[in-house]
Design a protein around this ligand. Structure first.
Ligand code: GDP
Ligand code: MG
Length: 368
């Protein structure tokens, strides 16, 4: 599946193609960018220009951006604002009709932002920042159990088709934290909800609540590696090996995988001011490349997000980035499962997947 273009790749490529300034005297293969670092910087080839560099928008220092490019009206139609992304999550139904819901497993070191991401996605849906007890800066992961969180459309509302699963944090190597055996047992659906991870007692047939024959709906449908952008450059060899081994094992199971790069507000001033600069920050581009390298996935599989951590209310652009990450995850699941699990005759009578979600390719994000 890794040879096919990931929706994230399509997004990156379209943004780059559409917003690349015409070569007016700039050296071939490099572009002038004003949205990151201070002053004018020549960006390396492949640097992404953000949609917000279009007409009428100034960068974070108040500079006028490069000459605006004509944007095709069809692209504007396909652009996604918060309302549209949110609506798509609410109405989402998996394309593979055997799937009742999409179970997404968040894996990463302690403090990388797994629990915060769950909290942030719920906050986006509820329209206010939730204060939940399972988030913190403790060096040891708080979560020791397998815990699944349904994402509801609003407080007390219907659950969407998305479930986010939190587990024990990954440690350095197999000696601490979530082991490879346990991670795979969760992914394959053998581990029961609420399973208490014990390093010395791996999940096996004798484990209470063990599911010997898990259904497709007990399994994990997307594995998400959650990594902290502040620490990505200092990833230990042990953690790198753990991540790559997991990545290779999960790829063998034909389960889609992405990387969620959190704490993006803490590595770049411009992004801290406004996350709309996330795709035009060269610093962040380097972190995204490193995150891809650490896990062993293409950079288009890396989704930058800023979790709600210190704010008291939600903000439009942070919501956009979070919802867009969710959108890519759901698309990756649909792309994979549609291909690997073609509909059965029984599926034909089930409710059809949401046309809204599938008819719209994800192109540009509309930030505030
Ligand atoms: N600034 C910032 N802080 C974050 C972000 N994500 C998480 N945090 C903070 O990092 C700490 C650890 O987050 P947590 O979600 O508990 O990590 P977990 O161990 O992976 O579940 C908490 O204090 C969060 O508020 C982020 O994107 N930006
Ligand atoms: Mg946690």
């Amino acid at each position: 599946m890794h040879n096919r273009e990931h929706p994230g790749g399509l997004y990156h490529r379209l943004v780059r193609q559409l917003l690349r300034p015409q070569p007016q005297g700039s050296p071939e293969g490099s572009e002038v960018c004003t949205t990151h670092n201070r002053g004018q910087t020549t960006c390396p080839p492949g640097h992404l220009h953000h949609p917000m560099l279009q007409e009428g928008h100034k960068d974070h220092q108040g500079h006028q951006p490069p000459e605006p490019l004509p944007v095709h009206p069809a692209i504007i139609q396909k652009a996604r604002g918060r309302g549209s992304l949110r609506k798509n999550l609410v109405s989402f139904k998996p394309a593979c009709r055997s799937l009742n819901r999409v179970r997404v497993l968040l894996m990463g070191p302690a403090g990388s932002g797994k629990s915060s991401f769950i909290n942030s996605v719920r906050s986006v849906m509820f329209g206010r920042v939730l204060l939940l007890p399972f988030i913190g800066t403790a060096t040891k992961g708080f979560i020791k159990k397998l815990k699944s969180y349904d994402i509801r459309s609003e407080r007390g509302g219907k659950p969407t088709a998305l479930t986010l699963c939190d587990v024990l944090a990954l440690g350095d190597g197999e000696r601490t934290g979530l082991t490879l055996t346990d991670a795979l047992a969760v992914i394959k659906g053998y581990a029961p909800e609420g399973h208490d991870f014990q390093g010395e007692a791996p999940i096996k047939a004798e484990t209470p609540g063990y599911r010997p024959v898990p259904s497709i709906n007990d399994q994990i449908h997307c594995a998400v590696f959650v990594l902290n952008a502040c620490q990505i450059m200092y990833t230990s060899d042990d953690l790198t090996e753990t991540l790559r081994t997991l990545q290779a094992e999960i790829a063998d199971l034909d389960i889609p995988q992405v990387v969620l790069l959190t704490h993006v507000d803490q590595v770049c001033h411009a992004v801290q001011e406004d996350v709309k600069f996330v795709y035009s920050s060269r610093i962040l581009q380097e972190k995204m490349q490193k995150a891809a390298e650490v896990v062993g996935l293409p950079v288009s599989y890396v989704l930058p997000v800023k979790n709600y951590s210190s704010e008291l209310s939600v903000s439009y652009n942070t919501d956009i980035l979070l919802l867009s990450a969710v959108h890519h995850i759901l698309q990756a699941v649909d792309d994979t499962y549609e291909e690997n699990h073609p509909p059965t005759p029984a599926d034909a009578s089930a409710e059809p997947p949401s046309a809204e979600f599938h008819n719209k390719p994800s192109n540009l994000l509309i930030f505030d």
